[in-house]
Structures are given as structure tokens and as C-alpha cells.
Design a protein around this ligand. Structure first.
Ligand SMILES: [Zn+2]
Length: 471
């Protein structure tokens, strides 16, 4: 039995791990690399395996850094099944098509530049038809129901456990018989946190012999998730006092639904006034419909609110906007109100229009609810927070950041160092023969490895892309 780390190795994107057992090849996740354009262009086209030789794919969750390269796999001849939970399948069905649309648009832009230089056009990484083709290969299995994937015979049994990270997210446990030996391999996927809005807390995958574990925040601590209410209340009361517009850059899947849910809860308890909320993103509108279908992923609090008749994805003050004309009308809207729009790091999408129109007004608030990567407009806005007069470029024009910048860190969907340790304290450390840290920047991983060793874990590895380990 061998494992090859083909992505999310010493980095946080492109999750792909290849397991070879009894001559069968099982691919766990098929994520997209997201980095500088040139580098991603190459990385996403070159797999470290032959796609036609893969026997089955197991997908932990719908985020693009875990699922986004599945259409390329299909394009390169993979015809087998992709196993995941029902909610992951439904989210992927819209997200992969959206991703294909972005790929097509992006290459159009690059090709215009190439045409001017007389260079031949590139093909997009994949097209909408490739996304649709792979979606038809999805097979969904609920949490805690063991199954044997196609082509692997009775020697491999897979079970999904709730990871509490995003709707449908799972930890994957593979039980493997090789000759007369039995092994259990656990993959954390992206591990969520206790007390996140809407979702159930992560469940424990059980004891395993080999563990592949995420390490995004291996050396960092977040605000506790139960701080969300307090922080959100402060910002909304401030906006209500000053008639401010609150502009919220947010990813379509997960974070936006969580914000709407929290606000709805606070309004229904009478803690905050019912200010108008506009969710301006077609993808978010579609994703919210999928959330409504998957009550099996909801925690008790959410289920109780629904039973009590609360529409947790938006009371009458929440308006979902698909149409561009309706989106433009928001420019003339007066505060207090909140506009939630994508993309989450302010790199593209309608959020750019809202920022351009509102960033120079000192009465407005830009509310940051997610991680902003380096070199993004979102990061520059965060950095402008304490430096008056900072300018940022939006659509090629400079704007001074005069709006107030408020930050809530408590929404993070990833367990932090202490939350991961708490999770791992349930595990029989002596049984774990090898532990592999994936999905993290080296600095976080090195420190987390040290912490794990101090906590009794042995043989902790930080694989590079392409590394192969014999199990
Ligand atoms: Zn994720």
C-alpha cells in the first residue's frame, strides 16, 4: 500500500492524494491549485498520475481547492465514479459549472492579450460541458454509511464522517484489507469547528492506523465561533446609528448563508433592528437553495429555529439579487443596510462595483468576515484599516479607503491549533503509525508538527508534492 501526495502538500490549495492498494488506484480529492496565474495554469494541467488509470475518486467536500480540478480529470479520460455526500454533490453541481465559466472568461481575457502580440490562443482549463460530464459521474453516500467503491472490490470500505466545515463536508475513513492485514486510514479533509452557525460540530472519525490531517491553522488561534453574535451585533448597531451601508465581501457558499442566519437569529430575538440585507450574487442565490435541501447537515439550534417557523435563510428584510439591473439599483440605496456580495477576497465579481461606490464614504463600513490572501484587494483593504489615506485600485482607478474597516475573525471554517488538538485528543495515539500533515503553509506545519510531537504523536511527516510513502 502506497500513498502519493499530489497536491495541498506544503500549501493550502490543490488537494489531491493518491492511494494505491491491491493494485487499485484511489484518488482522494481532486482540487484546483489557486495561485499566480502562470503557475496554476501549468499545475492544473499536469497531474502526477495518469487520469485513465484511476479506479475511483473520493471527494471530501465541495470547495474548489478540493473539487475544482475534477472536470480536468474527466477531460483527460477519467470515466469512473466520484463518491461524496449528497450535499457535496449538489453544491459541486453549481460550483463546478461556475468554475468552468470563470475558466472560460479568464482565458478569453488572456487570449485577447495574446492575439495583440500575434500569439496563438490558449484553451481554457476546462469548459462547462466538462464540468457537466463529471457531475454525471458523482455518486452520493450519506454520513456514517460504509460502502465499497466501484472497482475496488470488498477490500476497501469507505465511510464519511461530518467534518463541520461547510455544508456536506466530510472526513474520510478507508478500511483496507491487504492480504491478511487490515488497516484504517483517516483523512480529515478540512476540519471545521464547534459552534459554527448552521452546521453540526465535527464528529470524531474513530481510531486509525494512518492519518492524513489538515494543518491550515496549525500555529494560529481564532476568535471563538461563539463571538460571532457579539461582533455582528456591534457592527449592525453602529450602522443603524449612523445610517451606514455595510459592504460585506463574502464567498457564495457557506459564509454568506452563515451571516444571513446569524442576523436572522439576532433580529428574531430582538437584539438588533431589522435593517435591509441584500445578497447580491447569482451563485449565492443558487447555493442557498441547496442549503435549504440539506437539513441533515443542520445543528440542533438551526433545526429548532426552523421548527419554530423562522426562515433561517432570510426573513422579509433579506433580498436575494440575481439580475444585474437590480444589482445596479443598490448604488442609490440609502443606509442603514447591508450588501453581501462575492468574491470573498474582492478579486472579481459584483463586490468590486459596491466597493468602488462606497469605499470613499467615511460613513460606510466594510465588514471583513473571511481570510484575505496576500496580493488580493481584500488584503489591501484590511491593511488600510489603521493607515488613513491609504489608496487601493479598483477597476484600475485609485480610491482612498475612507470607509471604516471592521473585521470579524470568528467565522473561520477551519479548526485552529487548539481545536485540532482537542479533536486529536480523542485519538489513540499509539495506534497511529504515521501521520501526514497536508493543506498548510510550511510555517504553520512545522510548528504544528512540533506541537503534535509534544502531545504524544510520533512519525509526523510534512510531505512535499510528489512524495510517495509506503504504508
Ligand atoms: Zn474547505
Amino acid at each position: 500500500m502506497k500513498i502519493k501526495f499530489c497536491g495541498a502538500a506544503q500549501t493550502v490549495t490543490g488537494s489531491q492524494h493518491l492511494l494505491e492498494v491491491n493494485g487499485k488506484k484511489i484518488l482522494i480529492d481532486c482540487g484546483m491549485f489557486q495561485g499566480k496565474r502562470e503557475e496554476s495554469f501549468q499545475m492544473n494541467r499536469r497531474f502526477l498520475f495518469e487520469p485513465k488509470e484511476i479506479d475511483c475518486v473520493i471527494l471530501s467536500h465541495s470547495h474548489i481547492d478540493h473539487s475544482g480540478n475534477l472536470p480536468t480529470l474527466s477531460l483527460k479520460g477519467y470515466e469512473g465514479s466520484v463518491y461524496c455526500t449528497p450535499a457535496t454533490r449538489d453544491l459541486c453541481s453549481i460550483m463546478l459549472q461556475d468554475s468552468a465559466y470563470i475558466q472560460e472568461k479568464d482565458v478569453e481575457f488572456v487570449n485577447k492579450k495574446r492575439a495583440k502580440k500575434g500569439e496563438p490562443p490558449f484553451n481554457p482549463l476546462y469548459r462547462i460541458e466538462d464540468a457537466r460530464k463529471i457531475i454525471a459521474q458523482f455518486k452520493s453516500i450519506p454520513y456514517r454509511i460504509p460502502f465499497s467503491p466501484d472497482k475496488t472490490g470488498s477490500n476497501v470500505t469507505v465511510t464519511f464522517f461530518d467534518a463541520g466545515h461547510v455544508l456536506g463536508s466530510s472526513q474520510v475513513v478507508l478500511e483496507i484489507r491487504e492480504g491478511n492485514k487490515n488497516f484504517k486510514i483517516g483523512f480529515s479533509g478540512d476540519l471545521g469547528r464547534k459552534n459554527l452557525p448552521i452546521l453540526k460540530d465535527p464528529e470524531f472519525m474513530g481510531d486509525v492506523d494512518y492519518l492524513i490531517f489538515e494543518s491550515t491553522y496549525g500555529a494560529r488561534l481564532h476568535e471563538r465561533a461563539d463571538k460571532i453574535e457579539e461582533k455582528l451585533t456591534e457592527v449592525i448597531l453602529e450602522a443603524d446609528r449612523n445610517n451606514s451601508k455595510i459592504i460585506v465581501p463574502s464567498f457564495s457558499i457557506g459564509r454568506t448563508q452563515e451571516i444571513v442566519y446569524e442576523i436572522t437569529k439576532l433580529v428574531s430575538r430582538g437584539v438588533i433592528p431589522q435593517i435591509p440585507i441584500y445578497v447580491d450574487s447569482p451563485l449565492t442565490v443558487n447555493a442557498t437553495e441547496i442549503f435549504k435541501l440539506h437539513s441533515e447537515c443542520f445543528d440542533t439550534e438551526t433545526s429548532n429555529l426552523i421548527s419554530a417557523g423562522v426562515d433561517v435563510f432570510g426573513m422579509e428584510n433579506v433580498k436575494y439579487i440575481k439580475d444585474v439591473q437590480d444589482s445596479m439599483k443598490l448604488n442609490d440605496m440609502r443606509g442603514p443596510c447591508m450588501i453581501i456580495s462575492a468574491s470573498g477576497m474582492c478579486e472579481a465579481g459584483r463586490i468590486l462595483h459596491h466597493l468602488r461606490n462606497n469605499i470613499e464614504n467615511p460613513n460606510n463600513i466594510i465588514l471583513v468576515v473571511g481570510f484575505m490572501a496576500e496580493h488580493t484587494l481584500g488584503r489591501r483593504i484590511v491593511e488600510a484599516k489603521d493607515i488613513p489615506g491609504t489608496k487601493v485600485k479598483i477597476f484600475g482607478e485609485e480610491h482612498i479607503v475612507r470607509a471604516k474597516v471592521r473585521i470579524i475573525n470568528a467565522f473561520s471554517g477551519h479548526a485552529d491549533r487548539d481545536e485540532m488538538l482537542e479533536y486529536l485528543s480523542q485519538m489513540d495515539k499509539k495506534r497511529v503509525k504515521k501521520m501526514f500533515l497536508v493543506h498548510g503553509e510550511p510555517e504553520q506545519q512545522v510548528q504544528f508538527k512540533k506541537t503534535l510531537e509534544e502531545n504524544g504523536f510520533k512519525n509526523v511527516y510534512i510531505p512535499k508534492r510528489g512524495d510517495v510513502f509506503e504504508l
